[in-house]
Structure formats: C-alpha cells, structure tokens
Design a protein around this ligand. Sequence first.
Ligand code: CU
Length: 466
Amino acid sequence: MMTLDLTRRQFFTGAATAVIGATVSRTALAGLPEPIIQTSVETAPPLIPNTGRPYNPVVTLNGWTLPWRMNEGVKEFHLVAEPVEREMAPGFTAQLWGYNGQSPGPTIEVVEGDRVRIFVTNKLPEHTSVHWHGQRLPNGMDGVSGLTQRSIKPGKTFVYEFVARRPGTFMYHPHADEMVQMAMGMYGFWVTHPKEKHPLIDEVNRDFCFLLNSFDVEPGSKTPKVNTMTDFNIWAWNSRIFPGIDSLNVRLNDKVRIRVGNLTMTNHPIHLHGHEFMVTGTDGGPTPKSSRWLEVTTDVAVGQMRQIEFIADEEGDWAMHCHKSHHTMNAMGHDVPTLIGVDHRNLVQKIQKVAPDYMMMGEKGMADMGDMEMPIPDNTAPMMTGTGPFGSLEMGGMFTVLKVRKDQPPGNYKDPGWFKHPAGTIAYEYNGKMEEAPTAPHPAKKATEKAATVRAVKPTSTHQNH
Ligand SMILES: [Cu+2]
C-alpha cells in the first residue's frame, strides 16, 4: 500500500498510467474520503487497481475513473454533485451539473462481491439523490428520492453502501428532480468486473465505455434548457461532440469491448464500420451465447445499456456513429429549409431588405456547410465539421473514429494520427471516356445552371427545432 495525498485537485494530469491507493490513519478513515476532482476533458488512461481484487480496467471516453480508498475491506468513493463547466468541443463550453468536476461524473469500477460505500455530497442549489441503475442492492440503497430515502438537501452528505452482487455494465444518475438534473448532465458509468473467469464474459484487450447524452443549448448561450422534451440540438457522447470526441485507438487483432448507455430522450442506432460485432451484454447482465448474432448496428433505447464485442482485424480509420443523421450534427441549421434545385437568384436580396440577417444556403445540398467559413455566434460548434486527411468530414455530434493499427506499440494506445492507406486501396476518380448521361428535363434546371450569388451572414436567431 502507498500513501497518496488525494486532495481536491486535478488527478491524472500527465500520468501515463494512473495508479491509485491510499493508506490513511485510523482517525482519518472515520471521516469523509477526500473528494477527487478532475476537470480535464482528455480520455484518462485506465486506472490500474492496486488494492482489492485485480481486474482489467475500462477506458472512459473523454472521461476518467474515480479512485477509491480501501477502508477495512470496503471500497469507499466520494461523489460530489455540483455545477461544472464542460468543454463539449473546442470553442464550445457548456454550464452543466455533474459530479467531481465533470459531466458525466467519473466511472466507478469495482469487482463482483466488493462491498462498496459511496459518500454523496450535494453542492447543487437543490436536493438530489443517486440511483444505481441496474444494481442488485437493499431497497433503501436504491436512491429513489421520496420512495426509498429522504432527498439529499444542499450542503448535506449521504452514504450508500451495498455489495456489488453481479458483474456487468451499469450507470448512476439522480432520482430527484430528474428532468432537470438529467437535462443538466448528471450521470456516470459503473462497471462491475467479474471476480473470476466468467463463462459469458470474455477478457478483452480494450474495454471502452461512454454514455449517450443530449442537451438543448441555444447557440451562443452556455446553459441547457431543462424543459426540452424532444427538440434537443446537442447530441453527445460523454458530454462531448465531434470533433471533440476522442478516437478509439486499438491494435490490429485486439479484442475490443465497447459499453454504451443511453440517457437521452430517444433511441440511438450505434453503427460501426468495417467490422461485425455481437451484443454480449445489457444492463441486465451478459447475454446467453445462444442469443448472440452478428450486427453492424445496434439500437440502444432510452435507459438501456449495450456492450458490443469484436476483433479489430481490419486496419484503418473506421467511422463509428449514431445512424440517425440528425444526431451527427451539432447545433444550428435544423431550420434551414430544403432548397435543393431551387433558383433563388435575387431572392436573397429581396428578403434581406426586410430581414437584413437572412441567410440562404443549401441550393446544391448542404455539404458546403462543412467547408464554409461561416460566421457563427460565440460559444457554439459548427453544425457539420471535423477535418480528415481528405477534407471536411461534414459530421458533428455522435461520431468518432475507431483507429485500428498494426504498429501501435504494446501498452501504448495514443492517437496514431490518420491511417496511411496502402497504395491502390483508396477510391479514385475515373478519368476514362465519359458518355453524356441522359437526364430528365427539370423546370428549374435551366435557371440553376447560372450560379446564384449567395452571401452568408451571421444569423441572429439560429436554432430551431427539427
Ligand atoms: Cu442518435
């Protein structure tokens, strides 16, 4: 055991491999564990356990795992519910609520059979509670404010204690003023590792986890609207949006597990390119082998968790994203009308006489918006963005890249940069003889052949619902 001065400060900064552990005096153990706060948006390295049963730790996408202290065989954690600032993407910071300096809160990792004691301090302006989604526990530890416990008033600390009885993928979130507190970003991941080799839980080389979350933040503002039920404009993974979401870096032939939980108000079909995977578990536990089949997309419904597994045996930069196309976009532009094929020469000038900030776009599709250096309000993310080795990706929101490399050094999973494609393996332009393809006559065609001059201006009111 070792002594670590775990105080209220950034924890992982610069550490290649984080190690935890604390020996504290008997009197100190009677008190609250020091809260550990993390404000970096980097994906923290896996937290290698040095007390209790060993396990293979997870990687929390743009997040971290909460260290514990061992107190006479009990793993003690300290969660602090508090307002936080979260950079959701470079240039876009939101004022959210979360735990220990972040939204989502830190991942909690324990081992099947562990006795766990969690101190929850409430630094919010209103009461809260914590529900341990999916866990088998004594009813009074279930965290449902009013039903199984008194709510935790501002400034108070409550203690939850139970045995992590079954291994699997779980999450935690308030069960008090849920609409507001979840809309503000309060939740976190929980993984209970198996205590011994489990017939339905494979060992993997890389074990990623993240939560799907959504917000309604007016472009230019910082605080989510909490009454929104369906019209969210920020689709995030662990409160990050592409290009702010880190890539999933793996070595060729690694066995990879990705655990996903959905705390938004709609379902998300999560799609992976280049590989087939199996759903090996839900928040109900590992799935029977006879129920598994190959997929490339799995739908994660509201309040559900899914863990997928595959062998990363195809080198490259493989997109992974929600398949709802509006969920791979950031704020703005959902109110842009469909104008494909419409001739709007002179129209912009006419409209601008009555609405000087009017902006017209989309005459030839909306792909231009990914490239466009369009002025946008301060503190928001462009609707479609992210630049790859071949230009704009025209993506935002729930999107990242699985980077599979054979030369990723052992024990090193840093971002390898863009894939260098072997010669002759990239889609290429046809330069041979071209036949003029017959096209159906279109009434607008003649007019649109002459390009309209469109001026992009700063919109005054940008966000509307889609
Ligand atoms: Cu989605």
